[in-house]
Design a protein around this ligand. Structure first.
Ligand SMILES: CC(=O)SCCNC(=O)CCNC(=O)[C@H](O)C(C)(C)COP(=O)(O)OP(=O)(O)OC[C@H]1O[C@@H](n2cnc3c(N)ncnc32)[C@H](O)[C@@H]1OP(=O)(O)O
Ligand SMILES: CC(=O)C(=O)O
Length: 494
């Protein structure tokens, strides 16, 4: 039985995704994302809404000038000026959106059904006369009268629309209803039908899959599911469900997905929830001892698919749920071995920290293990002196004197704030012996008040090796310095 037919993907990260409150991408950022989407193998990139602003048009023009393989599209209202601006940007196609529910027609547009039908037909004809591919989209289609909707789509197709799209604008569809609607639309309309979902009830992916199962030939999606309110359908979730759960070959370069997800998160400033399917930090991270024990026997015991399929790697972290298997694995990564009684002691110390609600960093494990295994390693880097100045009329500046492999090294650094300046000074001081990158910086106040105990956890890397480490002080700058030096010492151990 054929489940899916020639599915295309329209990525709207740069249009609906950019409508996420607070997101505004520069031309360079939009272009970079468009190039990566093209590399992934997306069929259509909705690059923006040309009517929005001069800056938006500059970005769309930069993308169309790039000569990508993907069809480049602009959102347009059913208004000729919107199409003129899209033409000015040299797009291949327009996503021509016509409000179709009575609520949108009567209350928002203050028009009636027949006027809106005429507008859709006029603008479709206009766009076709100017050589554009037209995807005619019904906005708020899930609250529209289905007979009217079908007759409007038919009028649009008569006027030349190449594809039609059904928008669940405020995320009210459920998968069963979606299936019934798409069976009807795909069998009664003569052009491919697309689905555009929002995630207000967390059903965007399910509704999109249901539409595709029932004849839809195109899905609109965004990377990381970003978009207005609760967002749009997640690209990565639909693609991997098709690939892995339905065994449909999407033609997407799946092993590039995670990189693109990180890029979009970084450029939009929209963090991905740690528990987000597939691309969240925890999606392939394991803490529970029973799971790690199972994974060592066969990774499929506790992983639905191999993380490498989307360009990720499995990670094991320690916490109160750790067991002997996970601690042994973590010790191995540190190049350490313990006998049965030492292992029991290390596990119980790890659990003790975990019971206090602590994350166990690599440097925590290292120091627990070295204590239990009675290993004494001299720190390679010790802080001798540290000064920082900051204020409203001064560039934050820090100076450090480090004892480094037996020598004193003095350096200064400036930064966006005193913590940044301190970390830059340390990085400069050790630059001659190690190239260490700060990958992540996380700060928590453990107790309340301005004299709170502050805990800083950092992730540092050197030559592809990554470690986490902690600093805890009442002074956030000193906690940061301590965390960074703990991590550096760990990375510099042989
Ligand atoms: C569900 C969606 O995602 S829809 C896409 C949302 N995207 C955007 O809004 C893009 C960014 N928007 C903008 O830059 C501006 O809103 C513009 C340039 C499009 C319009 O700005 P303004 O002329 O100041 O209008 P304003 O934003 O106040 O109102 C929208 C107008 O578009 C009309 N309109 C809304 N949707 C449509 C449509 N699909 N087709 C035709 N007209 C429409 C509204 O009725 C209203 O018209 P009115 O001013 O005659 O009452
Ligand atoms: C057009 C669109 O983005 C919507 O209806 O959600």
């Amino acid at each position: 039985m054929i489940l899916f037919q020639n599915i295309r993907f329209l990525d709207t990260t740069l249009r609906d995704g950019e409508q996420t409150p607070g997101v505004a991408l520069s031309t360079e950022e939009k272009l970079l994302i468009a190039q990566k989407l093209d590399d992934l193998g997306i069929s259509t990139i909705e690059a923006g809404s040309a009517i929005t602003s001069a800056g938006e048009r500059e970005s769309i023009k930069a993308i169309t000038a790039e000569g990508l393989n993907a069809e480049i599209c602009s959102y347009c209202r059913v208004m000729k000026p919107d199409v003129d601006y899209a033409l000015e940007c040299d797009v291949d196609s327009i996503h021509l959106v016509v409000p179709v529910s009575d609520l949108h027609i009567n209350v928002k547009l203050r028009k009636d059904r027949e006027t809106v039908r005429r507008m859709a037909m006029d603008v479709t004809e206009y766009a076709k006369d100017h050589g554009l591919i037209v995807e005619l989209s019904g906005e708020d289609a899930s609250r529209a009268d289905l007979d009217f909707l079908k007759s409007l789509y038919t009028s649009g197709i008569d006027a030349g629309a190449d594809r039609i799209c059904f928008c669940d604008t405020v995320g009210l569809l459920v998968p069963e209803k979606t299936g019934t609607i798409f069976k009807d639309l795909s069998s009664s309309l003569s052009v491919p039908v697309a689905i555009h979902c929002h995630d207000d009830f967390g059903l965007a992916v399910s509704n999109t899959l249901s539409a595709l199962r029932n004849g839809a030939q195109e899905a609109h999606m965004t990377i990381n599911g970003i978009g207005e309110r609760a967002g749009n359908t997640s690209f990565e979730e639909v693609v991997m469900a098709l690939e892995w759960l339905y065994r449909y070959n999407t033609g997407i370069k799946c092993d590039e997905i995670y990189k693109v997800s990180r890029l979009v998160s970084r450029l939009t400033g929209i963090a991905v929830a740690v528990n987000k399917s597939l691309v969240g930090a925890n999606a392939f991270t394991h803490e529970a001892g029973i799971h790690v024990h199972g994974l060592i026997a066969d990774t499929s015991t506790y992983e639905p698919m191999k993380p490498e399929m989307i360009g990720r790697q499995r990670k094991v972290v320690l916490g109160k749920h750790a067991g002997k298997s996970s601690v042994t694995l973590a010790l191995k990564e540190l190049g350490l071995e313990a006998d049965a009684s030492q292992l029991n002691e290390i596990v119980s110390r790890v659990k003790e920290l975990g019971d206090h609600g602590k994350k166990i960093t690599d440097s925590d494990l290292q120091s627990i293990a070295e204590t239990v295994l009675e290993i004494y390693r001299e720190s390679k880097v010790n802080l001798e002196e540290f000064t920082v100045v900051s204020g409203n009329k001064i560039t934050p500046t820090a100076s450090v004197k480090l004892r480094l492999n037996g020598d004193n090294v003095v350096e200064a650094g400036i930064g966006d704030g005193p913590v940044d300046a301190a970390i830059n000074a340390i990085k400069k001081a050790i630059a001659g012996v190690a190239d260490i990158q700060l990958e992540e910086y996380h700060v928590d106040a453990i107790t309340g008040g301005t004299d709170a105990l502050v805990e800083v956890i950092v992730k540092l890397s050197k030559d592809g090796r990554m470690v986490t480490s902690r600093g805890a002080r009442t002074d956030i700058i000193m906690a940061s310095v301590e965390a960074v030096l703990n991590g550096i010492n760990q990375l510099m151990q042989e």
